[in-house]
Write a protein of this length. Sequence first.
Length: 236
Amino acid sequence: MLGTAVSRLSLLLVTAGMTVPLHAALIEGAFSFNGTLRVISPRDFDFFPLGAGQGNFITGAGGFAGDFIGSELTGGTVKDVMGPDPGPVNIPNFITLKAFPTYAFTATNINAGIFPSGACGAPAAKGQICTLPGGLGNFTNLTATSSQASFAFTGNVSDGSGDPPSFFIATFTASFSDKSYQKVFEEVANKKFIDTSFAADVFVIPPAQIPEPASVLAVGCGLAALGLLGRRFRQS
């Protein structure tokens, strides 16, 4: 599934007017990981262990692609997400991988949520979607009493070899098996923090010629959509 997705991502780059050069040393592929996080607010996520500035994760059991094949069931770390506004950031070592200690993932942008806000305060019902105004999370009610939230980062990854860095997008999905997103908002507003599991999909694409800003936006939206589709496919 992830291998097919990587091929589609390369096609997205080409159709957006971006040339993908081939080079044996360039980082490319896909991997997934999971762990536990605490939701403090709709834009504050503290990965376990709490209060350390970063959390630990375990990489997935299969579906890896490219350079990341063979790193299944290892682990790594991810930096906490605490109160950022969507837009440019500079977070070095945002993700680290035990299997690839020289790979440096630097987050350079927090993607804004893409859902409308009209149903954010409506009575809970299956199929509702919501991004709070100015928010980074895309919330979906799977039923009237269960939901999930996704958010995405983009950035670059290098291995210290001097080769140009590759591009990555990391899409995180947190699950709330017994809460609508309206209930999530209510509880965190009342300072009742929520501990839940999360899963993440990371796609890494080799560097390309510098595109127009509109092409970057189109590619980013396409990559995020593929990440969300992959997560829903594995949950179904």
